[in-house]
Design a protein. Structure first.
Length: 294
């Protein structure tokens, strides 16, 4: 039987997200403390005779049923890698879509990064190849950080990544109202109505973020500059944040990325699990997932 490779595409969470400005080419300059959850999609790759194909399974497979294979980020990533290394790739991907789409937790970007990792492993390709990082960025602003798959400070337009060592495990609940939101619309609304951040994290970096209480207090002083813009467009995000705030042990809630997924950070795994159970019972149509970040 042909070898099958498997990888988890971890959900990406922006613990804070500052928008610092906008470049002449339209890209926004940002900085974000990014971490990853122990939940995500699953991606497999197995060799095949001719070309590249993808099969999508899982609870959110239907959300991608109208997306042509060539437009799926997994196939786009494979084709970009094929072009970059000037080789011919043949194989089939099986994507188990567990994460909501267009949800601010990097599902598609994480899928693309995972596809690159599987192909590098299978074809024994060199990730230090000249131009490799630029290839990742060309696939999307979140693809480089998802390829890194560790705690980082992300800045620039997503290309500058500084590994953050010492972040403690964080008890969290991720919640999405099962509504996809348009990042482009949120940025447009942000440009029209919101203030751009006037400081940079690099100038105010605190010590001892490996201490849980210190980390939480620091994060409370930060924010997601896209959050209000997203709530204006999708009021359900505000309802999610309000629902999270009512639970015992909830220390901080915030939207991740451009939404609509929000997270609650808790004082214990037990309280996070209890909150998740209650939220599922109260809102059976929401996606609710307790997890560990970091």
């Amino acid at each position: 039987m042909a070898e099958r490779l498997r990888i988890i595409c971890a959900a990406k969470v922006n613990l804070f997200l500052h928008i610092l400005g906008k470049r002449a080419d339209g890209y926004h300059i940002l900085e974000s403390l990014v971490t990853f959850a122990n939940v995500g999609d699953e991606l497999m790759f197995e060799p095949a005779a001719n070309g590249l194909d993808i099969e999508i399974l899982g609870p959110y497979a239907d959300a991608l049923e109208d997306v042509k294979a060539a437009d799926n980020l997994v196939i786009k990533a494979a084709l970009k890698l094929e072009q970059h290394f000037d080789i011919k790739l043949n194989g089939k991907f099986i994507l188990v879509k567990n994460l909501p789409v267009a949800s601010g937790i990097g599902g598609g970007s994480s899928n693309a990064a995972a596809a690159i990792k599987l192909l590098l492993e299978y074809y024994k390709l060199d990730a230090t190849n000249n131009g490799f990082d630029a290839m990742l960025l060309a696939l999307g602003a979140d693809v480089p950080v998802c390829f890194k798959d560790t705690n980082v400070i992300m800045s620039g337009i997503g290309e500058k990544l500084e590994v953050w060592r010492g972040l403690p495990p964080i008890n969290a609940v991720l919640v999405n109202p099962n509504l996809a939101v348009s990042t482009a619309k949120i940025f447009k609304n942000l440009n029209a109505n919101s203030k751009i951040s006037d400081y940079e994290f690099a100038n105010m970096q605190p010590a001892n973020l490996d201490d849980y209480a210190t980390l939480i207090e620091f994060l409370k002083s930060q924010r997601n500059d896209m959050q209000q813009s997203a709530i204006d467009i999708c009021p359900q995000i505000g309802k999610v944040l309000s629902a999270l705030s009512r639970h015992e042990g909830m220390l901080l809630n915030r939207m991740s990325g451009s939404g609509a997924t929000c997270f609650g950070l808790f004082d214990s795994a037990k309280n996070a699990e209890m909150a998740a159970r209650t939220l599922r019972a109260e809102q059976p149509n929401w996606w609710v997932k307790p997890c560990i970040l970091g």
